[in-house]
Design a protein around this ligand. Sequence first.
Ligand SMILES: [Zn+2]
Length: 200
Amino acid sequence: MQILKKPFGEYKTNCYILKFAQGQVVLDPGVGASQWIQEQCNNVIAILNTHGHFDHIWDNSLVKRLYPKAKIFCHQKDSFLLKSDVFGLGMPLSTPDFEIQADKSSQDIELADLLITFHHFPGHTPGCCMVEINNCVFSGDFIFRGCIGRSDFAYSNAQDMRESLLRFRDIQRFENLLAYPGHGKSTRLGDEQRNVENWL
Ligand SMILES: [Zn+2]
């Protein structure tokens, strides 16, 4: 698996392209990401959204138009953020092809011989997830390097965030996994598990 990363838009939201023999998987195509994706990809098989905030999903529909076979995956509790422009920003709408149902737990998806696991950690948004592929964790806006996602936005829930952080801290198998966040640099999840007490 080859991982490409590029930040897009006002919030420098990281878009990731994962290259496999079977094709490419795109994570969180933000504002303007589709052009870069078009330069890098010949066969996008999936568009994965860690959560439904506009800066992570803005180019979903453009990527889907370029690669009609690509399936959009998002947690069912964030689907409304793709299907309607709730913040009134003129965002292009998109519809998930597959909705993750896991409730504060994990769900495996098999796609073209790839195993993709969504770990649901609500708080930043109702359907906020970390997405794990090949021992790499795309942590969205849940966990950053030395920081966590905000839980004071519309549709955020600070109590859910606190519960998610406690659950995250105690999952031992995360210890040695690398995390690729929605903003900023990569980190080791074990380091961020040790930081959790700073945010409670
Ligand atoms: Zn967000």
